[in-house]
Design a protein around this ligand. Structure first.
Ligand SMILES: NC(=O)c1ccc[n+]([C@@H]2O[C@H](COP(=O)([O-])OP(=O)(O)OC[C@H]3O[C@@H](n4cnc5c(N)ncnc54)[C@H](OP(=O)(O)O)[C@@H]3O)[C@@H](O)[C@H]2O)c1
Length: 312
């Protein structure tokens, strides 16, 4: 299979690429950074710049499936300028893919990133994909625009489009866990607010596998990309500290204080979304990691995960 990945150099993209190479797929990738271009037989890079409507259309050559992960990171402070980039990078990437896919393509499946931030903050709801209420905060509105653009692709082309509402990805290579790990290592790990807020996590190996599962099975529609057992912020903080052998010495940080320091971005830490994995499981996806402890253990492992060794 030949798979085009937009944003392959990121956290999830690197893991998908590993899995693709393991099973013998050829990866074409789109990057906004010319220094990342490569020209190996099974890993071929193509430049694009969605902000300028610029794309090397050779990237589509003989491609069977497309995975889109492109988007400006949400980790840095949300200045007005960065907020625009967070939104535009996602919407314009999909717009550009949509209008650039050649008429004579042989694409059979398209899978694209989304986020559980589309669901409103709640301590009690258990969100499934048919939820009608959406969050109206910054991330909620970004994700709604992002998904609308994905729907446009589906209307414009004949292949199925899977939209993957991703939870907090646990990976040794960075992302949110990388930051929490850094803080915990310096004895700065702490519970946020009451610690009751739900964290719907997913191990990096599972989220990468779900993308491939969606394109292999030509799935269409919205799927939550979360593990079956979400936990509270309190549990995640304690389990991480325990896995690292570091105590939590600081008291919980009040949400008002957090908002004072990092503003609107605090919603990433106090927001609560308990999200269901039932729909993807009903399609036949079998999770490698259903419980937090082993998922964290492997995500924190400096060595190659046992799972990947087994696969190799
Ligand atoms: N990781 C999570 O916990 C999580 C949770 C929910 C949703 N998601 C979403 O899933 C997607 C993949 O996540 P990830 O963690 O792998 O993200 P990531 O590590 O930040 O990678 C995203 C990739 O997007 C590309 N990119 C950056 N700025 C861009 C821009 N202005 N225009 C076009 N492309 C740009 C970059 O690739 P190049 O430099 O090669 O262009 C980057 O490697 C993201 O869209 C993210 O929002 C992730």
């Amino acid at each position: 299979m030949r798979i085009l990945i937009a944003g392959a150099s990121g956290l999830i993209g690197q893991q998908i690429t590993k899995l693709c190479h393991h099973r013998g797929d050829v990866v074409h990738f789109l990057t906004t950074d010319k220094s990342k271009l490569s020209n190996q037989d099974n890993y071929k890079g193509f430049y694009w710049n969605p902000a300028k409507n610029d794309i090397d259309i050779e990237c589509f050559s003989n491609v069977d499936a497309i995975i889109n992960l492109a988007g400006e990171s949400i980790a840095a402070p949300w200045t007005l300028f960065r907020k625009k980039k967070i939104l535009n990078s996602r919407v314009r990437s999909l717009e550009l893919l949509n209008k650039s896919i050649p008429k004579n393509h042989k694409i059979k499946a398209f899978a694209t990133a989304s986020a559980i931030g589309i669901y409103p903050h709640s301590f009690t709801n258990y969100y499934e994909e048919d939820e009608k209420e959406f969050s109206n905060d910054f991330l909620g509105t970004v994700v709604q625009s992002w998904e609308r653009e994905a729907q446009n692709i589906k209307e414009n082309h004949r292949f199925p489009v899977a939209i993957i509402r991703t939870g907090l990805v646990l990976s040794e290579s960075g992302g949110a866990l990388g930051k929490m790990r850094g803080m915990t290592a310096k004895y700065l790990g702490t519970v946020i607010g009451s610690g009751e807020q739900w964290v719907s996590w997913i191990q990096i190996h599972d989220i990468a596998s779900i993308y491939l599962f969606c394109i292999d099975n030509q799935l269409d529609g919205i799927y939550n990309g979360v593990a079956p057992n979400p936990v509270s912020n309190l549990k995640l903080t304690r389990e991480l500290a325990c896995a690292m052998g570091k105590p939590i010495v600081l008291p919980a940080v009040p949400v008002v204080l957090l908002k004072l320091f990092i503003g609107e971005r605090a919603s990433l830490l106090w927001g609560s979304q308990r999200v269901s994995s039932k729909k993807i499981e009903e399609q036949g996806y079998d999770f490698y990691y259903t419980n937090l402890k082993p998922a964290l253990k492997d995500a924190l492992s400096q060595e190659k995960s046992q799972l990947l060794e087994e696969l190799a």
